[in-house]
Design a protein around this ligand. Structure first.
Ligand SMILES: C[S@@+](CC[C@H](N)C(=O)[O-])C[C@H]1O[C@@H](n2cnc3c(N)ncnc32)[C@H](O)[C@@H]1O
Length: 217
């Protein structure tokens, strides 16, 4: 690991807005009250990387709590540091494997989940790693509350098609969908937030896919 990565890994461990691995389990069912010290809704950004959605949504919606989830501490470092420097209190980061999400969040604890530019894992043998496979969807359904909403933003057309197949197979309700967000009429301040990876794809004119759905029948 490079020096800079090591430094960020060490520093992130000292940040009060970052919780790592098993330490996150003590907040299960109590993220709002115990971690944030309030009773506001909790929104997750999965595969958050540097946490652009987490930080920017937190600024836009001070009446909600936002938790960025990723296992790469050096990436989380960026968003966590910005939140600390700017004094944004409704931001937290959880460094875990998303596979363990049910160990960290209780049933109905979450109001919205964003998945931002997840690794597409195109090989068939890697389907189990895709963050919208049926097993992950079942977990998200459990932790989302009754009116819970899912959002996916991805550059990867194959991953997008795969996700739509899963949504359709489960007969879930889609609220919004577009294979070319910035040419659609869906763009607003929230959907215009751009992540680190998104900027790279936009720089080479890649279309951005977006779908919003619910598990509520
Ligand atoms: C392509 S990056 C996208 C990062 C960020 N959302 C963006 O758009 O800039 C995918 C991220 O997902 C994280 N990731 C992938 N699989 C994961 C898993 N199972 N658990 C936790 N994080 C995961 C990686 O560490 C990486 O930061």
């Amino acid at each position: 690991m490079g020096k800079d990565k090591l430094r960020k890994f060490a520093e992130v461990a000292t940040f009060e807005n970052v919780v790592q691995l098993d330490a996150g389990k003590e907040y299960k069912g109590q993220w709002a009250s115990k971690f944030f010290g309030n009773n506001m809704p909790v929104v997750l950004e999965l595969a958050c990387g540097k946490g652009e959605y987490t930080v920017n949504l937190a600024k836009m919606f001070p009446n909600k709590n936002f938790i960025g989830v990723d296992y790469k501490g050096n990436r989380i470092w960026r968003g966590a540091k910005t939140a600390l420097e700017e004094g944004i209190k409704n931001v937290g980061f959880l460094r875990i494997q998303i596979e363990t999400i049910l160990e960290h969040f209780a049933e109905n604890e979450i109001s919205e989940i964003w998945i931002t530019f997840p690794d597409p894992q195109p090989q068939e043998s890697r389907e189990k790693k895709r963050l919208t496979n049926p097993i992950f969807l079942e977990r998200y359904k459990l932790i989302l509350n009754q009116d819970g909403i899912m959002h996916l933003k991805t550059d990867n057309d194959g991953f997008y098609a795969y996700t739509l197949e899963q949504i359709d197979a489960l007969k879930l309700t889609k609220f919004k969908e577009t294979a070319d967000l910035y040419k659609s009429n869906l763009v607003d301040d929230v959907l215009s937030i751009k992540t680190y990876y998104e900027r790279k794809y936009l720089a080479v004119d890649k279309n951005i896919n977006y779908v919003q759905w619910t598990f509520k029948k």
